[in-house]
Design a binder for this molecule. Sequence first.
Ligand SMILES: NC(=O)c1ccc[n+]([C@@H]2O[C@H](COP(=O)([O-])OP(=O)(O)OC[C@H]3O[C@@H](n4cnc5c(N)ncnc54)[C@H](OP(=O)(O)O)[C@@H]3O)[C@@H](O)[C@H]2O)c1
Length: 267
Amino acid sequence: MSKIVLITGASSGLGQAMAEFLVQKNFKVYGTSRQPKTSTKNGVILKALDVTKSESIESCIQEIISESEKIDILINNAGVGITGPLEEIPIEKAKTHFDTNFFGTITVINTVLPYMRANKQGLIINITSIAAHMGLPFRGFYSASKAALATITEAYRMELKTFNIQMTNLAPGDFATNIAQGRFHAPLKKDSAYHDNYKLSLDLMDADVDKGNDPIILAKAVYRIINQSSPKVNYKSGAFLQCFSVTLKHILPQKLFEKILLKHYKL
Ligand SMILES: NC(=O)c1ccc[n+]([C@@H]2O[C@H](COP(=O)([O-])OP(=O)(O)OC[C@H]3O[C@@H](n4cnc5c(N)ncnc54)[C@H](OP(=O)(O)O)[C@@H]3O)[C@@H](O)[C@H]2O)c1
């Protein structure tokens, strides 16, 4: 019997690439969207799920369990971006951001866990970001939401050890997807004290995503993790320098690393 995979946010970008790649590898793949346009696409079974609505999560997972009896692998990929000067982002927007990237993901995990426990095994892959490993200027809330997810994964792993349920983080660098269009952008205000620096960083961020890697690279990284008997806590996938920046953060003096980031963002 094929393994059952659930991928949140599979309507575009990385989620879609992973879902379609795993179908080719003979997994039975459920992918989600807040509003799926069709019931299947390229072999992926599409279900409605909004990570910010617990009743939507519950009914999606119930449907999968009644059709397929179990979920072997959960990939928490649904996520959004947020940019802006930390001082100017309305706190309600920041909370909404955390509702999607952090609390929404936790709700999906906690809804799936009883079924994995009953099945005496499971693998959960949380899609974080290289930005989780460092606070990036004008992307502070994004870094923080992904860092929160990466850190709670460490705690989950230890709590879940006795149930044979494994959890890991996969941190992508920049990949060419729709993420920039779906982001909340704090407006660039002419009279803002941050205007010039924010504009420079915004242009650079959008250019980085546009010239980002092909999502198939991340799909292959997910497949390699699935084939590990005992996955590590953290994986990275992306351009060499972006992945290497995480290593540099750990080995360089903090202020030197900060200088490198400031130079990169022309600040
Ligand atoms: N692209 C990159 O460079 C990059 C880098 C690091 C990390 N990531 C992470 O990778 C993941 C995928 O991003 P992507 O780049 O592929 O962006 P994307 O193309 O914009 O895809 C985002 C996915 O998340 C879903 N989604 C958004 N809000 C949701 C909600 N409230 N409930 C359920 N699903 C929701 C969207 O589905 P619907 O709109 O159809 O509901 C869509 O399928 C995200 O977690 C992102 O933070 C991306």
